[in-house]
Design a protein around this ligand. Structure first.
Ligand SMILES: NC(=O)c1ccc[n+]([C@@H]2O[C@H](COP(=O)([O-])OP(=O)(O)OC[C@H]3O[C@@H](n4cnc5c(N)ncnc54)[C@H](OP(=O)(O)O)[C@@H]3O)[C@@H](O)[C@H]2O)c1
Length: 241
């Protein structure tokens, strides 16, 4: 049996965290938290299952991103605001040739995003709104809320999304969920790296937006890069082999 003390602690300093997370893929890295019984939230939010160290890691991972990609369900549920980074993180970005703060990109198929959402009312870089040709024309007001990125005609195509982001120089994508968006990226086999936190709670059934069943013929095998722990939470990183 492995003694818990044998597991490396999730570091708390910027420099040490870089050892574990400092090579973001040129592509998609996802960051998600789940309970051992498979819940991605409790009562519609992650607040009850996350902790300060996990939140610190979330902020750290943003430091390596050109763009933070989230679904509209997450933006509403988690009251997403503009991305904020510490002076140290901003200095890291400057040293490593990143341009300013990461952009925030919200994916919506329907395009019915309320103007009151905090990502639209806060300061910071103008958000990107990834949607379809049809939704963009049905919701012209989206162009006032953010920079509209069209990626598909009737449905949002994930390959087209990444290609559109790349064409704007946004190659290092951090997907922060939720489960629907993550599943769409997995379906298109576009996840290169995933940082998963296992939270020490049983949450029971915690439904999120219903996702279509996968059409993949086999699951995608990943390689374990590390397993860290802190305060009973486990931090795993898997990458494409
Ligand atoms: N455990 C975690 O790490 C984690 C992370 C994030 C969120 N969450 C939790 O997850 C819950 C929200 O889950 P969710 O699955 O609804 O989140 P989501 O993926 O953030 O949002 C789903 C919505 O995003 C849009 N969307 C995402 N992918 C799309 C695609 N491929 N094509 C078209 N539209 C797409 C659609 O928006 P429209 O309806 O606008 O068309 C869809 O209804 C919340 O409770 C939140 O707290 C957990």
């Amino acid at each position: 049996m492995t003694d818990l003390a044998d597991l490396t602690l999730l570091p708390e300093t910027h420099d040490e965290l870089q050892r574990f997370y400092g090579e973001p893929p040129s592509g998609v890295r996802a960051n998600m938290i789940f309970t051992p019984d498979g819940a991605a939230a409790f009562n519609g939010r992650t607040r009850a299952i996350t902790d300060p160290a996990d939140q610190m890691l979330l902020a750290h991972l943003r430091m390596y991103a050109d763009v933070v990609l989230v679904g509209s369900g997450t933006v509403s549920a988690e009251n997403y605001g503009p991305v904020r980074l510490s002076e140290e993180q901003l200095a890291h970005r400057e040293r490593h040739g990143y341009v300013g703060l990461p952009r925030l990109a919200v994916v919506t198929g329907r395009g019915a995003l309320p103007a009151e959402l905090r990502i639209f009312t806060g300061d910071g870089p103008r958000p990107l709104i990834v949607t379809t040709t049809q939704a963009a024309s049905a919701h012209p007001e989206l162009a006032e809320l953010g920079d509209v990125v069209v990626a598909g005609d009737a449905t949002v195509d994930m390959e087209a999304t990444l290609a559109a982001l790349r064409s704007q120089g946004l190659t290092r994508v951090l997907c922060e969920g939720g489960p629907y968006l993550l599943a769409s990226l997995v379906e298109a086999d576009l996840v290169d790296d995933i940082c998963v936190t296992i939270a020490p709670y049983l949450a029971g059934s915690q439904p999120t937006t219903l996702q279509p069943a996968s059409l993949r013929i086999a699951p995608i095998r990943l390689g374990l890069r590390h397993l860290l722990q802190r305060n009973g939470l486990l931090y795993l990183r898997y990458s494409r082999p």
